[in-house]
Design a protein around this ligand. Sequence first.
Ligand code: ATP
Ligand code: MG
Length: 389
Amino acid sequence: MPRGINPSENPFRYGALALDDAFADREAELRELVADVRNGQDVVIFAPRRYGKSSLIWRAAARLHRAKVLVAAVDLMTTPSKQKLAEKLAGAIYENIASPLERARERALAPFRGLRIQPVVNVDPIDGSLTFSFGLGRRPADIDATLERLLELPGELGAGRGRRVALVLDEFQEVVEIDPGLPKLMRAVFQAQPEVAHVYLGSKRHVMERIFNDENEPFWRSAKPIELGRIEARPFARFIAKRFADTGRAVDDATVAELLERTGGHPYATQELAYFLWEETPTGGTAGPEELERALAAVLRAEHAHFTLLWERSAKAQRLLLAALAREQPGRPFSADYRNEHGLPSAATMQKAARALVQREVLAADRGAHVIAEPFLAEWIRANIDRIA
Ligand SMILES: Nc1ncnc2c1ncn2[C@@H]1O[C@H](COP(=O)(O)OP(=O)(O)OP(=O)(O)O)[C@@H](O)[C@H]1O
Ligand SMILES: [Mg+2]
């Protein structure tokens, strides 16, 4: 049994980052990402929610660390203002890019000497870690100047240490929410530092596409796109079987195949269903079709509140479309055949409904063919809505 594995503890995880043993495959994407960063190439990773963007970059960062690349990361979901962004950036620079010498506690401010606003250093009384704050009521121009300098710093500090630097900006679609002028300010700085690899991760496809694919936007074609898809069946199947085996259980091949068929290799959904399948399997037992059915029912119970809310937030035409797709997908809701078959309203109404659901990433569309992208939602509708209707 591999070290660190407890046979009585469920080895599947969904929600948190997939680290170490919890991380499956993605070898090709990892190799590409690591090589791009080592070349100083800017990269944008496109993927729907919960596909494993953050997990992938953490895995890549561990490899880059071994290759002596300095990696600083900021999650823009945690920085609702430019000031907060400056504070988190200062922390990430201090933690990951400043040299050990500059990191001596009494010299914590050394990397930030040239800033218009000097940060205040706060020491966490419990673990001794440092955070930085810039105080309240600053003039916007001073915040901008400070942020600009901070964005320049990774490149300068890396050059001083003779090391390649990567700056990772997770949940990058939030950049436009923080401040409409922020993309321009950022891009102006990044453009002047070709040696720094910037890695942008984001969901909300329509926002990310506007940022990177619209000619009028500052980030237009500024980074190499990498599409993160679902995880391939073969390596994912091996991963699931091994995690069962490592915890004193087994799962038959056909059941793993069926599980992956149900989730389509969606990383989060697969871990979730595997989690419940493992729960249904006693020590020394083998998971089969009956355990899988019970696991699926358990997933639907666990997600009931989430799906109920999603349903309540959907307008009537959206509900009709979802119910139709739960019966038959992929579906072409703009075609007369499909609409007649499923009793759907006009094509114009369907277009509006489909667009809204695609924007919410509940649906995915490919040239008019629509599928439900939200894992297990089709099963939930069949079990809870269609039965009542
Ligand atoms: N390589 C992987 N192997 C196994 N499971 C994975 C992998 N990547 C992601 N997962 C599963 O997907 C879940 C979500 O991963 P992660 O948080 O990295 O995705 P994300 O795309 O960053 O999501 P969000 O859009 O919420 O930020 C994890 O909790 C884990 O269950
Ligand atoms: Mg993430």
